[in-house]
Design a protein around this ligand. Structure first.
Ligand code: PAF
Length: 285
């Protein structure tokens, strides 16, 4: 396992791999790796001899009142996880390495980035798009693997890569869940035992919506209401949004058509922990 900490060295190591005829798979992360990340690394390792996981808690995607300082960090344990999952390299740059003094460039996407997470976390997707572009330029992957849990992020990254002509394919793999349905997330460690029990309501609400949409129920507001009703059965849940939208554009027509692929999205706080989750469903099954 080789740990690389500078952009220049990362680019050199990636170039050597390409020159030797190897393909590169990468998994961009903020560390504190869980089984969901390990699964992405295993998928990358199944098709690429060179598999690099980036570990970088990116300050520019956190708002001023968010959890950047307390975001869990554990490089030693992450190295073990990457190695056990079949990764060959870790790219773990410092903040100064990624944002040297005088750094002034920001990638801003219109449209798709300006609703849902974009509304509740202003500037978040500017930070994500900018850092992912930098990470892809450093790691030069043939394929970059992301989890579906951050659904809107995957749309933003795909669009940014297409618009800028970055020569990497984006692969999105399904969300990994705990046995009771809670989506795996590095932030789950913040949940108190009571929060952890109640957090399962989020996936339960998404399943309610999914079941109705599969049965052909296509009224968007009514789908939202079904999910919201289930979420509100937990008094302590502070809902940011609950929404049904077209999966490829995030547009919200009043009615969906049979056969439309729809994403159901929830973001809510339990205590001090903000959780997001989503499911994809085809209207009418
Ligand atoms: O999903 C994440 O962990 C982060 O948003 C990412 C893509 C690594 C960018 O910092």
């Amino acid at each position: 396992m080789q740990v690389v900490t500078t952009v220049q060295e990362m680019q050199a190591v990636a170039r050597q791999a390409h020159d030797a005829g190897q393909t590169i798979g990468c998994v961009p992360t903020m560390g504190s790796l869980h089984a969901g990340h390990a699964s992405l690394i295993r998928h990358a390792a199944a098709t690429h001899p060179f598999v690099v996981t980036s570990i970088f808690v990116n300050p520019t995607q956190f708002g001023p009142t968010e959890d950047f300082d307390k975001y869990p960090r554990n490089l030693e344990r992450d190295i073990e996880t990457v190695s056990a999952a079949g990764g060959t390299h870790i790219f773990a740059p410092s903040v100064d390495e990624m944002y040297p003094p005088g750094f002034t460039t920001t990638i801003h996407l219109r449209g798709i980035a300006n609703k849902f997470e974009g509304t509740f976390r202003p500037g978040h997707f500017d930070g994500v798009a900018t850092v992912v572009a930098k990470l892809l330029l450093a790691m030069a992957p043939d394929e970059a693997f992301f989890g579906q849990k951050d659904y809107q992020q995957t749309l933003v990254v795909r669009r940014m890569v297409r618009d800028l002509g970055i020569p990497s394919s984006i692969v999105v793999l399904p969300t990994m869940r705990e046995p009771d349905g809670l989506a795996m997330s590095s932030r789950n460690v913040y949940l108190s035992p009571e929060d952890r029990m109640e957090a399962t309501i989020i996936y339960a609400a998404l399943c309610d919506g999914m079941e109705m949409a599969m049965r052909g129920f296509n009224d968007r507001e009514a789908l939202n209401k079904i999910m919201r009703t289930r979420l509100e059965s937990i008094g302590r849940l502070d809902i940011d949004y609950v929404a049904a939208a077209l999966a490829d554009s995030l547009e919200e027509p009043e009615e969906f058509q049979t056969g439309d692929e729809v994403v159901l999205l929830v973001a809510a706080k339990l205590g001090t922990t903000r959780l997001i989750d989503n499911v994809l469903v085809r209207v009418g099954g």
